[in-house]
Design a protein around this ligand. Structure first.
Ligand code: BES
Ligand code: ZN
Ligand code: ZN
Length: 483
């Protein structure tokens, strides 16, 4: 899709569809006369995400006008505009519309809003249909222009940033939606390599031999049940002029399929576990955006990619492995594999010199029990980092809810046979999982995101296709950009 920023005169613009925002409880002066009947009948109320598509509206040269409800004016923020823009594109492509102009009029044309609309338009154009041999005809809006009254330098920059984030979200979702027979750990590393090519990122994949040399026993234990070799992906961004000494480490769980291993999962719904690499895909997408947007902070992206299978060489409940940190771990459930690969990834990030860490993982079913599909769980060991994170997430429109890290949860992980065991008790599973990771983050300021409830959408929404959501890519990028 071609996306541009411009300043056309709205009444005269020729396009398949002109998108005009309509606030709740307000009537647009330019539509009041041509749409008097609709206003009177209450069919246009301005409620958020209410769409009314009209042909040949008097006073406009556009072939169609899409009146897009933007809700209560005092409630409308950048996150809301991103949703409206996404939903509008998704609505219009269903109608066979090829070109559209999205009007951000008057005070609405702020940098944050322009960026949000750009992200929304690009993300809204995405469909999870990469592997359909015949695409539905007409299912794409070919060009969109964001119309503002005067496009200055600030708006141009914001527009570019929004577009880059939208494209990164789509890359991340393209990777996430690939099925596990195609997206093996090796293939995931190849996707990351293709992304990194020509961006200036340094790129490396550690193979099984290298991981053995280093002593990544926790990760290798998970990988050993699969015929697919593991791949440890490292992507590094270095700013030309760093604004400080901070070095951000972004780590994403990359389990390309989670059968549970010997502690095998029930077959019903197991196909969903192809999504167990969404945290890793968000890191790969975020690194693409970071390479393009060039923040002033060094950022290292790490994705331990493995497949969790119950092969003849698979690890057993009762095995004890030695992690990269030197700590020994008793495996009591091979399905608690995410924390094992993340333990080694966290240690490796610290060895690389990362001063601040954020990991994202589809780690526990328990977080979805606690928070549903609305908010991601946030566990933070450092208040200053948490503050930065929550503000980055708010701007990205990605909902986050803080969960507790408390030594009482650590008690559940005690074992006499090793330094720590890999599962806690029946209750508070997301919290004991986080405490397991904390053991490896140590004193390094660290945030753990459990995105098991938010990384995948089972039923499409007006503003979001079914499938991977890309969460928390937007927050990752905002965190780096705002440092
Ligand atoms: N990838 C899963 C997390 C998951 C489970 C997401 C169910 C969505 C639904 C993770 O590796 C896992 O299997 N976790 C176990 C941990 C348990 C064995 C302590 C879980 O949550 O059941
Ligand atoms: Zn598992
Ligand atoms: Zn898993």
């Amino acid at each position: 899709m071609e996306l541009t920023l411009g300043s056309p005169q709205l009444a005269g613009v020729e396009t398949d569809a002109l998108i005009l925002l309509e606030a709740e409880g307000e009537k647009r002066a330019d539509l009041e006369k041509p749409l008097a009947g609709l206003y009177e009948s209450g069919e246009i109320s301005g409620k958020l995400l209410e769409f009314t598509l009209l042909h040949g509206v008097e006073g406009f040269r556009a072939r169609r006008v899409l009146v897009a409800g933007s809700g209560k004016p005092e409630k409308l923020d950048a996150a809301g505009l991103r949703k409206i823009a996404s939903a509008a594109v998704r609505f219009l492509k269903g109608k066979g519309v090829k070109s559209a102009v999205f009007a951000l009029e008057g005070g609405a044309a702020t940098a944050a809003n322009v960026a949000a609309v750009a992200t929304g338009v690009v993300a809204g154009s995405w469909e999870p249909d990469r592997l359909k041999s015949k695409k539905e005809p007409g299912k794409a809006v070919a060009s969109v222009e964001i119309a503002v009254s005067a496009a200055g330098d600030g708006l141009e920059k914001a527009f570019g940033r929004g577009k880059v984030i939208g494209e990164a979200l789509n890359l991340s979702r393209d990777i996430s939606v690939e099925p596990p027979n195609i997206l093996t750990p090796t293939a995931m590393a190849e996707r990351a390599r293709e992304m990194a090519k020509g961006t200036g990122l340094s790129f490396e994949v550690l193979d099984r031999d290298r991981m053995r040399q280093l002593g990544m026993g926790a990760l290798l234990g998970v990988a050993q049940g699969s015929a697919e070799p593991p791949a440890f992906i490292v992507m590094q961004y270095k700013p030309e002029k760093a604004t400080g000494a901070a070095h951000l480490g972004l780590i994403g769980k990359g389990v390309t399929f989670d059968t549970g291993g010997i502690s095998i999962k029930p077959s019903e719904g197991m196909e969903k576990m192809k999504y167990d690499m969404c945290g890793g895909a968000a890191v790969i997408g975020a690194m693409q955006a970071i390479a393009r947007l060039k923040p002033g902070i060094a950022v290292t992206g790490i994705v331990p990619a493995v497949e969790n299978m119950p092969g003849g060489k698979a690890q057993r409940p009762g095995d004890i492995v030695t992690s990269l940190s030197g700590k020994t771990i008793e495996i009591l459930n091979t399905d608690a594999e995410g924390r094992l690969i993340l333990a080694d990834a966290i240690t490796y990030a610290i060895q690389l010199g990362c001063t601040h860490l954020v990991d994202a993982a589809t780690l526990t079913g328990a977080i979805a029990v606690a928070l549903g599909h609305t908010s991601s769980g946030v566990f933070a060991s450092d208040e200053a980092l948490l503050e930065r994170w929550m503000s980055a997430a708010k701007d990205a429109g990605e909902k986050m809810w803080r969960m507790p890290l408390d030594d009482e949860y650590r008690d559940q992980l005690k074992t006499v046979y090793a330094d720590i065991q890999n599962i806690g008790g029946r209750w508070g599973g997301a919290c004991s999982a986080a405490m397991f990771l904390k053991e490896f983050a140590g004193e390094t300021p660290w945030i753990h995101l459990d995105v098991a409830g938010t990384a995948w959408l089972d039923d499409e929404k007006p503003f979001l296709a079914k499938g991977p959501t890309g969460i928390p890519l937007g927050s990752f990028v905002n965190l780096a950009m705002g440092w």
